[in-house]
Write a protein that binds this ligand. Structure first.
Ligand code: GLU
Length: 295
């Protein structure tokens, strides 16, 4: 573990040196999509942007165990995925290249706390926009719309949709919208709901036959299925709409407006499409950018 941390540190150091040497050039080392870094950015009236300026770095909350979305390679320490590239795009347009980004892993249940306490400047990690969360944080976006789905073992034939979960052990993550939906709609008995901090833990339980099904957004589940196609499959139609937002401080309307402008520009000039096609789109489902919800 220590060695790994050291190796990751060396790599980050090396990347930082490379980026310093090529100031103003595309600086998305390790990422499939290179982003030019904007110069002299101002976001008037944004306390978060002022904090970033003082620090000289941006701290972005992410997931690190969701392949295709937010994933950290244990060997190289490199982050990859659609959410990561959206996070980097926003950082670049705010003036922060990859060498000035600190990714911080924050699980679903801790997001509102991390954002409202200022532990992250913004959060990009399969974060559904909803009214309950808007009481504590605000959202730019959406930048993608997923839907709740089901992941089962390859040999499973009983589970085909949300109405087939009764009597089955259903795993999901604490503080997520999918686990809440299983409860609210009584899709299985309360005693059959198993919850963890991460979806990786649920997938391990599924492979070990401790649970029968993992439920969350289809985009997340497809990532796990594509890693172990001989053991896992996604079944049925999606049964919710999960618009992904960039979570940020509730009172920072200036930053929200700026990030929405950044997203709109990326929708219009094809950058979003390139990012999608290089990450999530590789699973074979085409998508186009959703309409922003300005508020
Ligand atoms: N998008 C859902 C949510 O925000 C599920 C994925 C997650 O837990 O990040 O709760």
């Amino acid at each position: 573990m220590k060695l790994r941390t050291l190796a990751a540190g060396l790599l980050v150091g090396a990347l930082a040196l490379t980026a310093c040497g090529k100031e103003g050039s595309p600086s998305s080392a390790g990422s499939p999509v290179s982003q030019p870094v904007a110069a002299n950015v101002q976001v008037a009236g944004s306390p978060t942007f002022d904090t970033m300026t003082q620090r000289g770095r941006v701290v972005i909350g992410v997931k690190d165990d969701q392949p295709g979305l937010g994933f950290k390679d244990a060997t190289t320490g490199q982050y990859s995925g659609f959410d990561i590239d959206i996070a980097r795009l926003v950082a670049a347009q705010l003036g922060y290249g990859v060498d000035k980004i600190d990714f911080k892993t924050v699980p679903s249940a801790a997001r509102e706390d991390a954002i409202s306490r200022g532990e992250v400047d913004y959060y990009v990690g399969t974060y559904t926009i909803n009214d309950k969360r808007k009481e504590r944080v605000s959202f730019a976006g959406p930048y993608f719309v997923a839907g709740q789905g089901l992941l089962v073992r390859k040999d499973e034939s009983d589970i085909t949709g949300p109405q087939t979960l009764m009597g089955k052990k259903v795993c999901s993550v604490t503080g997520s919208t999918p686990i809440q939906r299983v409860r609210d709609q009584g899709l299985t008995e309360p005693g059959n709901i198993v919850e963890f901090q991460t979806y990786t833990q649920c997938v391990d339980q599924l492979l070990n036959k401790q649970v029968d099904v993992v439920t969350t957004d289809d985009a997340i589940l497809k990532g796990y299925a594509s890693q172990q196609p001989d053991q896992l499959k996604v079944v049925g139609e999606t049964f919710s709409q999960e618009p992904y937002g960039i979570g940020l401080n509730k009172d920072d309307a200036a930053l929200r407006g700026k990030i929405n402008d950044i997203l709109q520009a990326a929708y219009d000039d094809g950058t979003w499409q390139t990012i999608y096609d290089n990450t999530l789109g590789k699973s074979g489902s085409p998508a186009s950018p959703p309409a922003l919800q300005r508020y």
